[in-house]
Ligand binder design. Sequence first.
Ligand SMILES: [Ca+2]
Ligand SMILES: [Ca+2]
Ligand SMILES: [Ca+2]
Length: 620
Amino acid sequence: MKVPSRNRSDNGLTCSLKLCLLFLLVLIQSGEAWAQLRIVPNESRNFQNEQILHKSAARTAAALDLPFFDDFSTAKGTRPDTAYWMSGSGVFINNTLTNNHPSINIATFDGLNASGRPYNSTSPLREDYNDTLTSQPINLSTRAAKDSIYISFYWLGRGLGERPDSSDFMSLEFLDVQGNWEETWKQQGDIIDTAFQQKFVKITEQKYFHDKFQFRFRSFGRNSGMYDMWHLDYVYLNAKRTSKDQFMADITVRNPLTSFLKGYSAMPLAHYRLDAAKYTAASVATDVINRNEGPNKFTYTFSVKDERSKTVFADSNYPGDDIKGSQQQRVNIPIAPLPADTSKRISLRYKFQLLATDDQNPIGDLSRNDSVSAVTNLDDYYAYDDGSAEYGVQITQKLARAAVKFTIAKSDYIGGVRLALVPFGTDVTGQGFVVQLYDDNNGVPGALLKQQAIAVKYPDSRNGFLDCKFEEGVLVPETFYVGWLQLNELPVSIGLDRNSTTNGRIFSSLSTTWATADELKGNIMIRPYLGVKGPKVTGGLEPADDWGMVLFPNPGNGVINWKSNNLKKIDVYSVEGRLMRTVVPQSGQRSETLNVPNGMYILKSTDGRRSFTQKVVIVK
Ligand SMILES: [Ca+2]
Ligand SMILES: [Ca+2]
Ligand SMILES: [Ca+2]
């Protein structure tokens, strides 16, 4: 047994990811499952008849004038700025799916629409046009070929996501005076590129010089998920340009600020307080890029603030460095531990702000891309991941397990676990899997401390988490493991954050022994949170008392037991609500074997007057 390495996955992605996955599935079905964990592209399939919004997007009233410039730094949230772009594009504005973009934020094209749902969830292999990013109308009616009008932009295939295949492409189209879209640039997939490339396209034909000129970028690929990914940045359209016009009087930030904490992206405030100095990073870092030909100078400010209490912990000016033309520079900013206060939780916003002169650029105020901020939560949970999934992780075999090692500040009670579920392959909504906590056994998972079944429910947006709340807090030592058990053939996919490093904390097991899965570069998006020792928390399916309780080990082996003499009937439902079995207890009967497939079930027992509902997981 072995875990697929990134290299193996990359090789698979090079030729055809779909074939690679099918290949893995075939191996599993033939019983030769050498892979316990694998990474997968994210895909959502719980999509129903959703309209492709860009087809119905409305135009704004007034056309824009040249110059047109957008580098996505002014986007609000995950959608492009409607000052420049038509709404309903489906592109995803983010700062994590590539790490070498021209300036902060990129527009990512894939098979998911603006809601994070697939354009098509019924034909997984179908390819079609997906995201379409259309500019607002631009008035070119007074322009002509002699004005030397160029559009330039940077593009990259794949990034940290899935590689476009040879049949996939990204294209640029212009709208002519007749209302026809004409393709003026096209890039096929299956390229081995790791750096953004800049492209210039000249506008020369008279038919484009009208008062409602538009251009649009489109991606063509598999449209059933986060496949065939393209990234776009730094779009600039203006007159009097040449195809060598690559420099801009612009200095910009780019990568996300690193974590305020040492070793985590989030931790409980109560644990942080035990030794704030130990858990605070020495510095946070980002990078600065000079997009001009000549050197530039910058200074910067850095501030740290609790968004809840509004307490400002730091706000200072710093001298920057000289930065040569077309160069990038890493900036490390020393930080201090937070002073003790009475807060219950802290939402720490820290912000890096460049101070330069690029607000005087003739094409517009290019100080728009001069700041980057991040939030570190000191709340009740631990996290290694940055909250954004670039891929997913699946356990490739039924009844196999995966676990993530957590070393926390002190032994404490865990109240539950949140997991980022990324739908991939068949929609497994409602299917059960089992969240598990383990003790430490000399650096690998040891005794089972807790397990609880939960049904798959996909989040409403990209990067949402599913909450698995325990009935009561579970005491764990300083080193413990959080993982899950795969119950069915069709795997559950948990988000994989590829912006952070693993550090040997991922484990997998097919039987009783555990192996590290260091080949998975990144962190599984699984987050334990603190709970309290105490009485059971009453949830939707929890009993007020246990008169009708059917007893079983959870997960059970198919044998159920009960203690009441008065049970008239026990109905066994699938989680989809289908009646699978009815047990009618005979006089004195206290036990029955349920001949149902492995999975999660809802048991409804009744004494003829009251009914009692509970969940059970069967693993035989
Ligand atoms: Ca950008
Ligand atoms: Ca700038
Ligand atoms: Ca991420």
